[in-house]
Design a protein around this ligand. Structure first.
Ligand SMILES: [Zn+2]
Length: 62
């Protein structure tokens, strides 16, 4: 799935590390700290869901 480096694609990788999704992480203001990115406040949840929705759409179309 990740074309940049061979790696097991984990949630942590997609949310905090993957270069492929760097622009989209910035767009959705996803924290590089996994604990913050997956924080339980409603704002963090909204951001992460929008991010995941968008990368899913990109993946289907590519
Ligand atoms: Zn990657």
């Amino acid at each position: 799935m990740c074309g940049v480096v061979y790696t097991v694609v984990t949630v942590k990788h997609i949310i905090t590390e993957c270069q492929k999704y760097e622009d989209m992480r910035k767009k959705h203001q996803i924290s590089q700290q996994i604990g913050e990115a997956l924080g339980l406040d409603p704002q963090s949840i909204t951001k992460i869901l929008q991010f995941i929705k968008e990368i899913h759409i990109v993946y289907i179309n590519s």
